[in-house]
Design a protein around this ligand. Sequence first.
Ligand code: ADP
Length: 479
Amino acid sequence: MQSVMGRSPDVDHLIGGECVATGARFDVKDKFTGETVARVALAEREHVDRAVDAAAETMRRGGIEPYRRSEILKDAADCLARRKSEIVEIMIAETGFTRADCQGEFTRTLETLRLSGEEAKRICGEVVPLDGAPGQGGRLGMTVRVPVGVVAAITPFNSPLNTVAHKVAPALAAGNAVVLKPAEQTPLCSVKLAEALMEAGLPAGWLNVVHGAGQVGSYLTDNQKVRYYTFTGSTEVGTIIQRAAGLRRTQMELGNISGTIICEDANIAVAIPRCITTSFRKAGEVCTSLQRIYVQRALYDQFLELFVQGTVALRVGDPRAEDTEVGPMISEEEAVRAESWVAEARQEGAAVLTGGKRVNSVLWPTVLTNVTKRMKVLNQEIFAPVVCVLPYDRFEDAIDAINDTPYGLSAGLFTSDLSKALLAARTVDTGGVHVNHTSSCRQDLMPYGGMKNSGFGREGPRYAIRDMTDEKLVTFTPA
Ligand code: ADP
């Protein structure tokens, strides 16, 4: 099998099926130990342009038939599965996520690849009833879905394998060639995905990988041969990419200040463990991580007591230890930033019920009360293991509070009252509303994406393929 990894531990670009080294390199660090685990080639504009040219030329030479795309994607899942232990270790090193978090992401990636493989065979248009218009008898019309063109995928650090698969696999399933720029903090898992796809028989040029930070991403957005951008990351960078994309289409999965409502009729034996897991999983660095929990006042004290009890019991520290539940954040700088937001909130009157402590890049799971909208911990996305718990009186007030942010990715609600569930389903302005689950509730076949400043377009192979194809109309007229 061809390896994208060059001289170990150096990692090169993948352009037109070739490993391409560049003079400049950047280090990828182990996020817990700080050791350098790889030295990765840093792309210049020239390399990005070559990668886009390779993708465009590959598409121009002719496509891969859908049944074969399907086989390749499903086989890639099998190739990846055979290398599970190696890839999980790489993911732990480059992200700092716990072993359980990495195993969970790994398993989901297999599902994403297999779903994309299945959907590759089901891309179809529809018959257009042209003879429904006067004088059109004998005419026939149909739509076909055609690949949109070269897809650029720009991905974040917090899901270095599955989010990459959610961009690359549907793009390939749809018949597009791809140029991927993974996050500079976590490029190694995406290299492993590329290797699995090549081992499964993906011909050269269909997936190209270039490495670097925002500057390299901007070379991609400058290149007019790219027809589609699929992006997950901050609202700030999403806005920059959208501006550069102009009339070209995009899929934007951006930030959120995720919230969940706990009604007094909720089953808290179910709600509390779900809230704890989804507040602190991946050290809170998930777009849908719980940051705000609104609890009906009658249940507030009981919920808080049990929630804090469960949080205090979490095992924190070395992500490689089997029993660790919360590991380090992506960098010490990020942990210091989140810690400072907590300190600022405390100064302004918030109570820190547990957490707030930091050692290097590890921030202990933190629960805050007495928070107000003036505080950053409530009015900005913290992307850290920090959660605010607030009481509410009327259900409508809780819905208003959930909606009172510029974002709209996902929200949760625990209740046994069907009318409250229906009201939330109708009035919560988020791309997903999850009854008896939290904001962080995703299966890979779901349509996943946001409203408002959380973006638009949908991940989930079936939905992403719809986005990454154009609808073409063909008509037949009797001569
Ligand atoms: P996060 O907040 O999750 O770190 P960012 O939005 O900063 O997310 O980055 C997400 C991805 O976007 C990364 O791959 C990053 O390198 C890339 N990126 C950052 N700035 C730009 C830019 N100006 N143009 C294109 N891509 C960018």
